[in-house]
Design a protein around this ligand. Structure first.
Ligand SMILES: [Zn+2]
Length: 290
């Protein structure tokens, strides 16, 4: 007889846990009374913490500072997903390996942000504060189903989150109003939703997936697209380095500056702070009338 495989052990542990807790329809009320929320990236973690507060334990499959794109879940991650009361994920290829696990496990409670990521092929919906607010609403509804006693609290948290994100949206809209129509040049093409919301025109150099290497031909195309737009800055993602941005900036005589796609988020950084920093960088680096 061979030893049970790691995955077999995981499956067994899962079934035992289900047997003891009574899996059918009573998710949520585990020993500590908190709902186990598993999320696949930082922006989803932010929303889960804001909506669930002290009533949830949030586990993020992307560790602090880890890369969101192309996350490969470990056997432990697969087990964590299997034991979640609710899974929050954005399906559609940002993390294709997580898509597969979710597809296999068919979690009873899944909040999929894919409908909010409605630009073709572009998962980066979280860079639009109003789409983040909509995710908060969806998660509050789902948590209310799992934990009906606190449904009102989750809904109130969704209201509060929506208020703060709407205020952030208003600041972006007001402060970027003089920049309407400006070209936003980014090494990682993560800012499509932000550009759409605030009337900017994004030119991405490295594409939607930052792991795709930039060919000289792509760089030449980007240079041609940016030339004569009045763009002053090539924005890059600090964690990914500035090679691509620097090459384009040198070619066109532009400056470079950091714009955060809120993917590799260091411990202690938060969504509102990173968005505020993004707003300041855009104000300083875009070609604006005022
Ligand atoms: Zn990205």
């Amino acid at each position: 007889m061979s030893r049970p495989s790691a995955l077999g052990t995981v499956a067994l542990a899962c079934c035992l846990a289900c047997g003891l807790a009574g899996c059918a329809g009573t998710a949520g009320a585990d020993d500590d009374g908190r709902v186990d929320v598993v999320v696949s990236s930082y922006p989803l973690e932010y929303v889960a913490e804001e909506i669930g507060g002290e009533h949830v334990d949030v586990a993020n499959l992307t560790p602090p500072g880890g890369d969101t794109h192309g996350l490969e879940p470990s056997p432990q991650d697969v087990a964590t997903l299997g034991e979640a009361d609710v899974v929050v994920h954005v399906t559609g290829g940002l993390q294709a390996a997580v898509d597969e696990v979710v597809e296999q496990q068919q979690p009873e409670h899944l909040v999929d942000a894919a409908p909010l990521a409605d630009l073709p092929g572009d998962p980066h919906f979280w860079l639009d504060p109003l789409r983040m607010a909509a995710l908060g609403r969806d998660l509050a509804d789902e948590l209310g189903e799992i934990d009906p006693e606190r449904a009102g609290e989750y809904a109130a948290n969704a209201d509060r989150l929506e208020e703060s994100l709407a205020a952030l949206d208003t600041r972006f809209a007001e402060e970027l109003a003089p920049c309407r129509g400006a070209t936003l040049v980014a090494s990682h093409e993560a800012f499509g939703y932000l550009a759409d919301r605030y009337g900017l025109h994004q030119v991405g150099v490295a594409g939607l997936d930052p792991h795709v290497e930039v060919s000289p031909a792509r760089l030449r195309r980007a240079a041609a697209e940016v030339r004569d737009t009045g763009a002053r800055t090539v924005f890059f993602e600090q964690a990914a380095g500035d090679d691509v941005a620097r090459a384009l900036a040198d070619e066109l005589g532009l400056a470079t500056d950091v714009l955060h796609p809120i993917e590799r988020v260091a411990e202690g950084d938060s969504y509102p702070e990173l968005m505020e920093a993004n707003l300041a960088a855009l104000r300083a680096g875009l070609a604006c009338a005022a």
